[in-house]
Design a protein around this ligand. Structure first.
Ligand SMILES: [Zn+2]
Length: 247
């Protein structure tokens, strides 16, 4: 694991083709992950959760992410696919800018897109929050997801874990034993379930399933006071044991 600190994101290279951008700013924004040089063609990178454009403190979260990526040698224009773990604006607000700049495709689960277009839309308009506008090209289902071709093939497994949001997904990369969790599970904590359509029992079921995976790294969508990435098989196991006490 190689780590380079940039003012607003800590860039963590977890594997040859995976960079995690850990949010270090003041206000709310998610952590983003970039799978590099995966897809065939001119736009080979895959971005998980671009995050906010600007957050509640007026921080230009997305511009900072672009700078951190550029510092590692990657351009927004070279992103071919965005995967959203779920549809909360702090994870997908910047989708539209990425699409504008690169023409990237977007994917998430169908359950989540349905929520975004119905109850989610009502909820955000009630709070005066602008609903991120984008159209997924295809939907993710629970099961295998193979991206790229031959030499650079990336084999992931998608887990649909409702509870924080109805169609939240987690991405498992068995080859490197990495789990990208979105807002399902954090370092020492779990995603909140008090939003409309939230469910603590569904979240618990999902977390039980995830805890059986063979893992070296847990990459959560947000940091807690305990930390960001949970590293090492034992620590990941301990983290699951700990969060299960919350239920
Ligand atoms: Zn969320």
């Amino acid at each position: 694991m190689v780590s380079g600190s940039f003012k607003y994101h800590n860039s963590v290279k977890l594997a040859d083709s995976l960079y995690c951008y850990i949010w270090q700013g003041r206000g709310n924004n998610c952590n983003s992950c970039l799978f590099t040089d995966i897809l065939a063609g001119d736009r080979p990178h895959v971005l998980i959760d671009p995050g906010h454009i600007n957050n509640e403190f007026g921080e230009s979260c997305f511009s900072y992410l672009v700078s951190a990526m550029e510092n590692d040698g990657f351009k927004v224009e070279d992103i071919g696919l965005i995967i959203n773990t779920h549809s909360h604006p702090d994870h997908c607000e910047a989708n539209e800018i990425v699409v504008e700049r690169s023409g990237a495709w977007i994917t998430m689960s169908e359950e989540e897109d349905e929520f975004r277009n119905t109850l989610g839309r009502k909820m955000y308009s009630m709070f005066g929050v602008k609903i991120p506008e984008f159209t997924p090209l295809f939907y993710l289902k629970e099961g295998d997801l193979s991206l790229g071709a031959q030499k650079s093939e990336l084999n992931l497994q998608v887990f649909v874990v409702p509870g924080h949001s109805p169609g939240s997904i987690c991405l498992y990369w068995p080859a490197q034993k990495v789990l990208i969790t979105g807002d399902v599970v954090f370092y020492g904590s779990i995603g909140r379930t008090d939003f409309p359509s939230g469910s603590l029992s569904q979240l618990k079921q999902g977390i039980d399933k995830l805890s059986k995976l063979d893992l070296e790294y847990l990459v959560p969508g947000h940091n807690t006071e305990l930390g960001s990435i949970v590293q090492g098989k034992q620590n990941v196991e301990r983290n699951f044991q700990g969060v299960k006490l919350i239920f």
